[in-house]
Design a protein around this ligand. Structure first.
Ligand code: HEM
Length: 424
């Protein structure tokens, strides 16, 4: 933030032996992510991610990436996602029902953990048609360890991973748990093939156009791991920050509740209700502006390029940081203020597209963006219809820039049942 404010659109950065530009002009961002995307790969910083996830959709490049993207894409067609909305709504309702016994208690609930559990259930049921069996109770901890490990070393020089420290061993153990869970999911499906054309069946039945070969077990494992992690972590953070911001802005909270009460009249929300809940969606958009779960990403130039009139040599990096783009005073009035009305269509139309990038852009844009938005919309509507969340007084909330943007000290909140007779 400081560098962009001080030096403007293009800032030279040197991180260890790597050199690159932080770019904040929407035209340059568009050039790197979209118009000239062929001249860039994901940066070597993604190697850390590749070490944990393997070479899959999120981390691979060129023809191999394109093949994997084409295999997965049909699972994310809008119609297909709409068909999955009832799975999302059911999962949200189950959480709402479970909160019945937690609401009004003296001790706080970690809403981050609750959202993680919920979004994982949604990915498992909607995309993988599976449960985690014996791994259900250990996966959360394992993923936290993996995320913290990669996140902490993501921007480092890469020396820490080789040290045989206790932390390193903890990381290895977590990876074993994750691998076990993914093997369990694949194994279950292979034993009981499903008629359903969900993502998992697409991955397992895909055949190479030229050779007719199926994906190897190892590659299927990599892709399932990618979807399991990419699909739950980011969405759960978008939700966690949404609850936090609502708790800090009672007026918005009331407006959201009024919208939900008026549109639903006590019925649990379904996909067809979402159109009547525009403010709820704007609150989520604004939460992802202030706290973009994928707060920063980077590319490496495959050939010399020009950015903002400066020469970017081959091999140098381009840093695209949504957290910074989302706060540029040139495009966002009073950028630190929480103001969901920024996302009214007439106000959005005044902004260049490339200053709001919670899902990235160009060919590597998030494959799960519609899935995540419909899911988050349904979850907020379902839970806010019945509950109001309050941050524990004086709890310190600080964004923590790991790979994703997490609340450093968690998000303990008190769950209050809303006095809304029809909603219970
Ligand atoms: C609020 C939720 C989400 C956010 C903020 C988010 C953000 C992002 C971003 C910024 C990228 C691009 C990274 C880059 O260009 O380097 C990305 C890629 C990706 N996301 Fe998401 N994501 C979300 C939800 C999901 C969901 C629900 C899924 C799957 C179920 C998913 C799966 C993926 C995959 C597989 C990629 C790689 C796509 C490719 O390179 O072809 N994401 N996501």
């Amino acid at each position: 933030m400081g560098a962009a404010r001080r030096f403007g659109d293009v800032v030279y950065l040197k991180i260890g032996s790597r050199r690159g530009f932080l770019i904040t002009n929407p035209a340059d961002v568009r050039h790197v992510l979209q118009d000239n995307a062929r001249s860039y790969h994901k940066s070597p910083l993604y190697d850390k991610l590749r070490m944990s996830l393997g070479n899959g959709l999120l981390t691979s490049e060129d023809d191999f990436w394109l093949r994997q993207r084409r295999i997965a894409q049909p699972a994310f067609h809008r119609q297909r996602i709409v068909a999955l909305a009832s799975v999302m709504a059911d999962a949200a309702r189950e959480t709402a029902d479970r909160w019945q016994s937690i609401a009004g208690r003296e001790e706080p609930t970690d809403v981050g953990e609750e959202m993680m559990q919920l979004t994982r259930t949604v990915v498992l049921r909607a995309l993988l048609g599976a449960d985690l069996g014996p791994f259900a109770s250990t996966i959360d901890n394992a993923w936290t360890i993996i995320n913290e490990h990669i996140g902490e070393s993501f921007w480092s020089l890469g020396l820490t991973e080789r040290l045989p420290t206790a932390r390193r061993r903890r990381f290895q153990a977590a990876r074993t748990v994750l691998r076990g869970a993914v093997d369990y999911v694949i194994d279950q499906r292979r034993r009981r093939p499903s008629e359903d054309r969900d993502l998992l069946s697409m991955l397992l039945s895909a055949r190479d156009e030229e050779t007719g070969e199926a994906m190897t077990d190892e590659q299927a494992r990599v892709e399932v791991t990618t979807f399991l992690l990419a699909g739950q972590e980011t969405t759960s953070l978008a939700l966690t920050w949404t609850w936090y911001l609502l708790s800090q802005h009672p007026e918005s909270q009331r407006r959201l509740e009024q919208e939900i009460d008026a549109a639903l009249d006590g019925r649990p929300p379904e996909y067809s209700d979402l159109e009547a809940l525009p403010y709820t969606r704007m609150v989520i958009d604004e939460a992802m502006r202030l706290y973009p779960p994928a707060w920063g990403f980077s590319r490496q130039a495959l050939s010399d390029d020009q950015l903002g009139g400066y020469h970017l040599p081959r091999g140098w990096l381009a840093f695209v940081i949504p957290y910074v783009l989302h706060r540029l005073p040139a495009f966002w009035k009073d950028p630190e203020a929480f103001d969901p009305d920024r996302f009214l269509s007439e106000r959005s139309a005044e902004r260049p597209k490339f200053v709001y990038l919670p899902f990235g852009a160009g060919p590597r844009q998030c494959i799960g963006n519609h899935f995540a938005l419909i899911e988050a919309h349904l979850i907020v509507a379902t839970l806010a219809q019945r509950y109001r969340l309050h941050l524990v007084p004086r709890h310190r909330v600080e964004p923590w820039a790991l790979i994703t943007l997490r609340p450093r000290f968690g998000m303990p909140m008190m769950i209050e049942r809303r006095a809304h007779p029809q909603g219970n």
